[in-house]
Write a protein that binds this ligand. Structure first.
Ligand SMILES: [Zn+2]
Length: 78
């Protein structure tokens, strides 16, 4: 797996780590396990489009779930 590292200014091998991310999405606090790519040479976080897409998808999934839970709570289900 290779991707461009902004710090090394070249394509590098990268390591993917799973990390719990806490985020606020449209005013709703969510947490999810994100896949974060790190450059194997300088060990800094880099940007990989596919992983970023995946993380955003996960964040939105959590957001929808949390919103549903809150709605059910208000209506009295759950
Ligand atoms: Zn690097």
């Amino acid at each position: 797996m290779k991707s461009y590292c902004y710090f090394c200014d070249k394509d590098v091998e990268y390591i993917v780590k799973e990390e719990e991310v806490h985020e606020k999405l449209k005013g709703v606090e969510i947490s999810y396990i994100a896949k974060i790519p790190y450059c194997s040479e300088c060990r800094r976080e880099i940007y990989v489009a596919e992983l970023d897409d995946d993380n955003i998808r996960k964040a939105h999934e959590k957001y929808r779930k949390k919103l549903n839970e809150e709605v059910n709570h208000i209506i009295g289900f759950s």
